[in-house]
Ligand binder design. Sequence first.
Ligand code: GAL
Length: 685
Amino acid sequence: MKKFSPLSKDFPHLLLGGDYNPEQWLDSPEILAADMELMKEADCNEMSMGIFSWDSLEPEEGVFQFDWLDERMDSIYKNGGRVILATPSAARPRWLAEKYPEVMYAPRPDRRHLFAKRQNQCLRSPVYQEKVRIIDEMLAKRYANHPALIAWHLSNEYYGRDCRCQTCRLQFREWLRRRYDNDLKKLNHAWWTPNWSRQVQSFDQIEPPENGYGEVMIPGMNLDWKRFCSDTVYDFVKLERDAVKKYSDKPVTTNCMNFFERYDHRKVATLLDFYSNDTYPTWWEGLSDDVVARYACFSALCRGMMDGKPFIQMESAPGINMAHNNFRMLKSTQLQIFEAMLFLAHGSDSVLYFQWRKGRGGCEKYHGAVVDHYGKTDNRVFQAVKTIGGMMKNMDGVVGTTICADVAIVSDYETRWAINGELEYNKDRNGYQAMTEGSFAALFKQNVAADVIGYGADFSKYKFLILPPPYMMTPALAKKIKTYVQNGGRVVSFYMAGMVDENDLTHLGGAPGCGLRELFGLRIDEMTCYDISIGKCGYENAVTYGGITYPARKHAEIPVLEGAKALGSYQKDFFAGTAALTQAAYGKGQAYYVAFQPEQSFLDAFFTDVLQAAGIQGIRAVRGDGHIRVSCREGDGERYYFVFNTSETETQSVILEEPMTDLLTGAKVTAKTSLPPLGVAVFQA
Ligand code: GAL
């Protein structure tokens, strides 16, 4: 595995820093001067600037002022820092919305947002696109060769708003014309419109789905609308990328959002030079392996966006997080360090924060920041960040290394849209993600690395594939999965596999369709959906596997076996005793089918067994007591082991198979060591 540095080779360090909003302090030169001193004091080396600065950069249409940004770029560079410079399109200036009201988002054709907040523009508005292109090109031209600049940050968390303004309505129709070759017969078939007498006679009759006075009861149409909205983001990212690339050869990214499903992040990633992501671990659920695993899984998703390459963790919270849940929990210093190291352990080349300094006003003034209103360095959060900075300074070797995983979880946006949009059977909108994260957590507890990849990835480099409900299936994908297993791969599929095609039309002839019955050796005969609010209906099932009975509280289907053997069976109802979990040999490989929606206890037990059967072991070179979690980043022959004690109360021992260097202390560690509660170590082999 070769190292790949997401950022320019001339700054080969892990990045520490984050969103810096000097435009809020332009009348306080003493604060701006202090920022530079504080940046050095905290061992921070990066500032993300310009994210919401449009009205400070272009206060009137066509009138630009860059002097303040020039000065900040120069100062940061002089003080040893680097800049990831944003395009400001996430929040438009007031003059723009006033002069061209059509740039604002319209949830309904007759109702537009007033100028307010952020991320509520119409990304298809020609005026908006033109104004964004102009400011982006101005920035790119001006800063392309600034020595502080290391990368471009396009906009901020593209939101994928489903705008229904006149422009979007018309463009949706055009988009449908293209998708269905201008052939209404094809569209009517795909949307199955004779159902409820809804046949379309002209593309001009089509309105976007709207839950109020409009249509939302045609799943194929809903799916196309999601695709259209996702393509809207894609096209806009492309517009911004092209504007910047016209003048600058610095790498380009945009900050994505874990499993946020409003747009296909994987498609957008094809436009980027490196992937970056915002994650705000909340920790209020309590610290358990499952919770830690969730955040590691987000990182696995980011790596999987670019074929395993490291990514940039663009935002997280230093201290308290005021925005992402209702419960504002303080993080202990140790937890702050734990969180930062967790990002690095799973493939990030940075720990960047929202925000560098708390503003005096505005809705984020109490959100965690490296620099508090207090303004000094002797407060806990500043010191925690400084400690993290000290640790990261010793870890330059980690830059560009990645994780080599034997297992991949295949998570697809369109499949998720389809299964989550399923109107009758799937009442649990979180099942797809729960199976993704739950499977990851089961492996994580065995210290087995997994990537989260898309259907387009090369399956052959993995020994094991996990398919969260692969509800939507095409012949090409089915063939790819079958070939993989035929050649010796192992696959675990969750329920509702291969039920529909790319238009959400069911496959005829028995599910799983597209020839997957042959792979799994079964046919799904019937399925049932239990009440998702547990306890309300009291109707649920249970599955016995390996002598233990596990709950099946959400979804259960009854397979008819056509060659597969049952590994577990239902315990209740008229179908008690029938298979709930199966295994079938296919070619040189094995195919497992989980016919119900399990909970974590089942996943933990089941994956322990299937990994063992596949001969996949957790990391051995560094291992330890029950709460020790290890990941390994490697590249150019170097190996770095990140070791965590996930217990909040117990010290855990760690065994090393060979002497290694503890990068955080510089000490040589030979056979055995220990980690205190929430302790972290990074060993170089
Ligand atoms: C992010 C956003 C930031 C900031 C942060 C607060 O979603 O990108 O600008 O608002 O949330 O946690």
